[in-house]
Unconditional design. Structure first.
Length: 138
């Protein structure tokens, strides 16, 4: 074996005096013992997955998010649109502000509500301001 002078000095500073070639060898993998003078144990090469596989969980999370948030909201909007289209004179409704009144007149864009019977108070609201139709519980 041939010893290099610089390798020897580096090892002397570390407290060991080994030839430079042996000091540079990588340690054996865990569970494998390295025998002096014997062949190096072979390590199985890792199989790498394509780069796009790392995006699969992210895509699945966005898919689930879409199903729970946007599809449910779309169904509610469709029901609300149908409810507003079916507004008729005499329906009791509640506005998004919490006012309760009776529909006196309903055109394409606006709804006239009678809010108080005793004072004959009326107010005009857009159809979008109607939150729900109140069913009579008789």
């Amino acid at each position: 074996m041939k010893h290099s002078y610089t390798g020897f000095l580096a090892q002397v500073g570390a407290g060991e005096a080994k030839p430079a070639q042996e000091a540079k060898e990588a340690p054996a993998a865990e569970g494998q013992t390295k025998q002096p003078g014997g062949p190096e144990p072979e390590q199985a090469p890792k199989q790498q997955q394509p780069g796009w596989w790392s995006f699969v969980p992210l895509i699945l999370m966005f898919g689930v998010l879409y199903l729970f948030l946007f599809r449910g909201r779309g169904k509610e909007q469709k029901q609300r649109k149908e409810m507003l289209a079916q507004l008729a004179k005499g329906d009791r409704v509640m506005t998004i502000g919490g006012m309760i009144g009776t529909v006196m007149d309903a055109d394409k864009e606006y709804v006239l509500l009678k809010l108080d019977e005793s004072t004959n108070t009326k107010a005009r609201f857009t159809r979008g301001a109607i939150q729900k139709v109140i069913k009579d519980e008789k």
